[in-house]
Design a protein around this ligand. Sequence first.
Ligand code: PHE
Length: 465
Amino acid sequence: MKNNREQWGSRLGFILAASGSAVGLGNIWKFPHMAGQNGGAAFTIVYLICILIVGLPILLGELSIGRRTQLSPVGAFNRLSGSSNWKWVGYLGVGSAFVILSFYGVVGGWTLKYTIFSLTGGFDSLSGSPELSGQVFSSFIESSFQPIIWQIVFMAFCIGIIIKGVKSGIEEGAKIMMPLILIILGFLVVKGLSLEGGRKGLEFLFKPKFSDLNPSSIVLALGHAFFTLSLGMGTMITYGSYLNKKQNLMNSAIWIILLDTFIAMLAGTAIFTIVFAMGADPSSGAGLIFVVLPTIFPQIGGGIIWGTLFFFILFMAALTSAISILEVITAYFIDQKGWSRFKATFLFGGVITLVGIFCSLSLGNLNVTAFLNITFFDFLDELSSKYMLPIGGALTAVFIINKWSVNTFLDEILTGVQEKHLNRGLLINVLKVLLVVSSLIVGLIILNELSDLLFGSSLQKMVGL
Ligand code: PHE
């Protein structure tokens, strides 16, 4: 074990950095519209069950693998499996990081542009006019230069923070940004609830409508549970590798899950109370944030401030997640290739920015995957969230059951736990059941997606659901 490996400065710092990774575009942008379109509270309940059954065991698994080996994914799988092929699960993680950050950085740039756009009063001319707002947004993301400049600025923030190191860069950044996100979201929720008619938004999001729930929304909730907790690509292995043996992993995992879920609920509440109070369309899906919200902010008192704050927290949430993605790649080159942190981050941050430029251009007039009938941007998004992350997560669960042993996994979880009178036999069985169930569930999602891709019909359609 290397003695000079960097470590988190404090337990709180680690929890904020790991939940900073979890809280991202997935919480503030994806969750609200997915819940809104799939039965509101009914979707929320299924999502919470997925988080507990699939998310918790795999999150614990990743943190334990990282802390036990004090290595990032490739080295970690290599060491625990005695140099067998399992290291490829680590490589898959590094590959996923590459793929995800390429398009994530582009959206990160959009959040920055919209923060400044709001601050300079740009939303005023869009007030009450979703069509115009849609045109403005499309012409921005489809243009060649502007979005690339913003993407480069966003990636520069990300690279700049990682270069400063685990404790003084990543941890310090999270300690500033996470509390800010929570506080500002809190203000936005209060503002939303105080608007006349805002409470209807609460009903929309939290009143169960089980009739709206169908098998595909269950699959969606499962996939999202993975994405939102940053699982399946070794982010949590990497963050776990900077932990010492005194930390209680179970406790930390529960904190990460609670913060992630709480922020998703706050974001949903803030967005839908404002949308309902202003009579806007709540089911406009993915365009809700960049198209609909800019048309409503100018209509509420102090709209410039609220709009700017909203896009600013979206920017910070995206940034803390992007940092955790790039750190997987940086840590690989430090651990396995002996590179300096500066060289690894700068070089690969640069390469990813370059690939990201092609993602951005694919929305306009240079689409390198045109022959597949999909934009390069969507291609990378789907490849990672539908296939790479779930496959990585399921393989991690299989690795723990078949190769590493649940017994050693439990030892690692219990290192740092004070309570000594635990029923080990029972805990081992619970862990086994959870890991088997989660790998089966995830396996099923992947099969479902593959059958949809290859035969144009998903399993649930085939069996007539
Ligand atoms: N969890 C992040 C979000 O919700 C995305 C992410 C995925 C981050 C995978 C790291 C790894 O936006």
